[in-house]
Ligand binder design. Sequence first.
Ligand SMILES: Cc1cc2nc3c(=O)[nH]c(=O)nc-3n(C[C@H](O)[C@H](O)[C@H](O)COP(=O)(O)OP(=O)(O)OC[C@H]3O[C@@H](n4cnc5c(N)ncnc54)[C@H](O)[C@@H]3O)c2cc1C
Length: 479
Amino acid sequence: MPLDQSLRDRLADIVGAAACISDPAAMAPYLHEERGLYHGKAALVLRPGSTAEVAAIVTACAAAGIPIVPQGGNTGLCGGAAPHEDASEVILNLGRMNKVRGVDGENFTITVDAGCILADVQRTADDAGCLFPLSLAAEGSCQIGGNLATNAGGINVLRYGNARDLVLGLEVVLPDGRIWNGLRALGKDNTGYALRQLFVGSEGTLGIITAAVLKLFPKPAEQATAMCALDDVDNAGKLLNRARALSGDAVTAFELIPRIGLEMCAKHIAGCSDPFEAPHPWYVLVEFSSSRPDARIRASFDALLETAFEEGIISDAVIAESVERQKALWRLRESLPEAQKHEGGSIKHDVSVPVSRVAEFIKTGTLAVSKAFPGVRPVPFGHVGDGNIHFNISQPLGADKAAYLAQWGEMNRIVHDIVVGMQGSISAEHGIGMLKVEEMEHYKDSVELDLMRRLKTAIDPQNLMNPGKVVTPSRASRK
Ligand SMILES: Cc1cc2nc3c(=O)[nH]c(=O)nc-3n(C[C@H](O)[C@H](O)[C@H](O)COP(=O)(O)OP(=O)(O)OC[C@H]3O[C@@H](n4cnc5c(N)ncnc54)[C@H](O)[C@@H]3O)c2cc1C
C-alpha cells in the first residue's frame, strides 16, 4: 500500500520535521548496506526520539498496512536493516534514542535506550567500575538494539556468552503498536515463557526493541594477550584445551588468523605488520583475563606457552608486554574483513561447527572450494574458541569481481553442506537477514521452521515488521 500524504504528515508530526527524512540525498546513508549486496529504496526514514514516538509510528503504520524496517547502526552483514527495492517500507532508525537510563553498580546492571552505541555502553560501564563484555569490530557504530536483534557474538563469547546471555530485560514496541515493558533486572524469573529471548535474534521481525537491561561484570584486574604461531590448524584445538585447563577457564578470546589474512592486513592496512620474524601458516590470538587480583594470570599464561612449545603445539609466540602491543595484535585480527576488501570479491560463510571439528571443517572446506573453483583463496578466520569460523573465500588473483560473486549461491551450497554434515550452523553470529532466508529454509528442520512461522504470524499477523527477513510465511499461506 503506498504511503499517502496524510500519513506522511501524521508521521512527520510524531517525530518532528527534522527527524522525518524524505530527501533522497539525506536518505542515502540509511539505504547504504555494509557489504553493498542490497540496493533498496524507502518511502521515508523516521528517527524517533522516544518509545512513545516509536509506538505512535508503529500504530499509524499498522493501521495503514505500511511495513517497517527497524534499523540500528546499519552495520549488519545480512541485509536485515536494508529496505526492499519497491520503496514501500518506512525505515525506523533508533539512532536518536541513545540515552543511558541508569547504571546500577550494586546489582551489576545497566539500563539503556536501544539506540545507544555499543562503545558508549562499554565506556559508561567502565566509568562505573564495571565491564560490559560484548565487543566486536563494529562497536563504534553498532547499537545495542541491533546487537540484541542479531544476537551478536564477537570476541568475548567464550567467557561471557552472546548478546542473548547478557540481557535481563527488554522494552519492545509490538507490531500492533503496544509497548511491552519487560525491563526487569532479575537474575531469576521463571514466570512462564522467557519472552525477551524471542526478540533477541529476531532481527526486527517481531517488534522494535526500544530499551534493555543488560548484565555488567566486575572489571578484569589482570589480563594477558599473545599471538601464537602454529604449523598446523589441527593444533588450534589442542592449544584451546590446554589454555582452558591451565588458566582455570580464564580464556576470554581465542581467535584464528591464517597466514594469507595476516599478509593481507600487513599489505593493505596502515599500522598492521607481521609480529614474527619468520612466516607461519596459522596464528591464534589468545587472551586470558580475570577479575581476581591474585589470579596469577601472567604466570598461567607463561605456563601455557611453555607447555605448548614443549608439546610442539605452537612454534613461536609474541606476548603483548604493553597496551600498545596488545592493541597492535588485536588490530591485525580486527582489520581482516577490511583487508580482504582490497583483494577483490569475497564470498562469505559465517558458520559454526563443534569446536573439536573446526580444523577438520577448515581442511575439508578448503579442499572442496579449491576443487570446485580453482584459484580461489580461502581466508578462514574468527572466533574458533566458539567453533565460529568466518570461512571467507577471496576471488582468484586477477579474476572479474562480479563474475566471481555471481557464484555466491553455488559456493555457499558446497560449504553449507559440509557444515550441516558436521552438525554445524550456516549462521553462527551474523543472522539471516535477507541473505540467508532461502538457505535457512533449505537446511532447517521442517518442524522448527513451522514453529518459527507460527510465532511470526502470531505476533505480526499482518507481516509488517521487517517482512522478507529471517522467516517468510509458509509458501502455502503467502499472499
Ligand atoms: C567490521 C564489522 C565487524 C563485525 N563483527 C561482528 C562480530 O564479531 N560479531 C557479530 O555478531 N557481528 C559482527 N558484525 C555484524 C554487526 O555489527 C552486528 O550484527 C551488530 O549487532 C548489528 O548492530 P546494528 O546496530 O548495526 O544493527 P543493524 O545493522 O542496523 O540491524 C541489524 C538487524 O537488527 C534489526 N534491528 C536493529 N535495531 C533494532 C531494534 N532496535 N529493534 C529491533 N530490530 C532491530 C534490523 O532490522 C536488522 O534486521 C560486524 C560488522 C562489521 C561491519
